[in-house]
Write a protein that binds this ligand. Sequence first.
Ligand code: S3P
Length: 167
Amino acid sequence: MKGIALCGFMGCGKSTVAAALSEKYSLNHIDTDKYIEQQNESSISQMFSLYGESYFRDKEFDAINKLCKQNGNVLALGGGAVLFERNVTALKNSGYKLIFIDTDFDVIKSRLENDTTRPLLKTNDIKELYDTRYPLYEKACDIKIKCKNETGEQLADIIMQTILKEG
Ligand code: S3P
């Protein structure tokens, strides 16, 4: 395995779990959203409002395509990344394990309640978006991790054990 990429809906806990995986298993934690913002010297909200979503998606692909060539990363992907086949193909062809962080909708909803940083939440019904995307996360992933009340550390262990077991 070359690296791990975490996918799932906004607010599912990808960054927290990536941080725990990094800490416990000496992987290099990269949030692709933060990486894109740094590379482009612009916030995601700005990219969406100035140039539109497809501009951001191209930047997202460039970032994923580059990062998945590196060994030993744990990537916390943006919530929309694996909805685009080119990202999934790049990750899988590079030997990355794609893990779906499957957190209950109610938990996600409460985490995102007062969020003002995510452009898609301004223009979409969150439940509709979640329902549309759920099967796509399932389809894209190698492994689905059902999350309830576990800590990031516990989830990191569960993920590693599952990867080792399933190969
Ligand atoms: C998006 C999720 C965001 C960010 C962008 C688009 C999405 O990442 O990439 O706002 O399409 O779900 P998080 O999942 O880290 O919030």
